[in-house]
Design a protein around this ligand. Structure first.
Ligand code: FMN
Length: 252
């Protein structure tokens, strides 16, 4: 992405201050090319490349403005994950008017007393087709926007994302899903580290949501200073982030 293509060309400069970024990775699996070794079936590079080609990604964006940096990032990521035989679907929760409200129907379903609401069935079907999920969102109050949180509340429900065995033991059900988190933040890295916001955000989403459901976190990246950094710095940040996500091995 060039500075010219970057949405929000209006951004104020912060006196040339560098955009800092944090990249954390918690990969619970061995690299994809090593997988199979434990079962005595080491993957050949040919098999690894073939499997990589079959990866389908679901990119979910939650931001009300299609001209935003967040949307630009989501589009770039989707394009990068669609090359070389891979496929990717971009889901714009605002454009699709996804209803994030957890209703009485959702509660009945949660209690095993009612059917899965139809719109939730559709979202789960999209996720069932994907090996990778990429969430792209602006940080609102040190977390994800309510629209995306509601999508998680309603879609990642018991019976589909996890279930309880009769003895009360938790059975995570999304162990085939690999997740990338892309958060766009107005704040700077110093504030995030000083107050523990970065860790708090990662703990609740990586561990609290996806860890609970058995999914792997492939990468988490926070793009800081989104409202104030120079356009060139943000463009470079977007390029780096997109390249990183598109070259990381997916959970297969
Ligand atoms: C309701 C609201 C809450 C926000 N809360 C935070 C916050 O807690 N931390 C933060 O770093 N930025 C916060 N911001 C700033 C947004 O993260 C920032 O506007 C967004 O990253 C800009 O993305 P965009 O350039 O794609 O529009 C908030 C913005 C809004 C509108």
């Amino acid at each position: 992405m060039t500075a010219r293509q970057l949405p929000h060309a209006r951004r104020r400069s912060k006196g040339g201050r560098r955009v800092l970024s944090s990249c954390g990775r918690r990969v619970r699996r061995r690299p994809a090319c090593d997988r199979g070794a434990a079962s005595g079936k080491a993957l050949s590079i040919h098999t690894f490349l073939l499997r990589r080609r079959q990866v389908h990604s679901l990119v979910v964006v939650a931001h009300p403005d299609v001209a935003s940096l967040t949307h630009g990032l989501a589009r770039e990521v989707t394009a990068a994950l669609s090359d070389d035989g891979r496929s990717a679907e971009l889901v714009d929760l605002t454009a699709e008017a996804f209803d994030p409200r957890f209703t009485a129907a959702d509660l009945l379903h949660y209690r095993d007393e009612g059917p899965t609401p139809l719109d939730v069935v559709g979202e789960q079907a999209r996720l069932d087709r994907a090996q990778q999920l990429v969430l792209v969102f602006p940080v609102y109050w040190w977390s994800m926007p309510a629209l995306l949180k509601g999508w998680i509340d309603r879609v990642f429900i018991n019976g589909w994302a996890f279930e309880y065995a009769p003895a009360g033991r938790l059975l995570p059900k999304l162990d085939q899903l690999s997740v990338h988190l892309l958060a766009v933040a107005g704040g700077d890295v110093d504030g995030y580290e000083r107050h523990g916001y970065s860790n708090a955000l990662r703990t609740q989403i990586e561990h609290g949501i996806f860890g609970f459901c058995g999914a792997s976190i492939a990468s988490t990246r926070i793009v800081y200073d989104s409202e104030t950094a120079p356009v060139e710095a943000l463009a470079a940040e977007v390029d780096f982030t997109v390249k990183q996500i598109s070259t990381l091995p997916a959970a297969l």
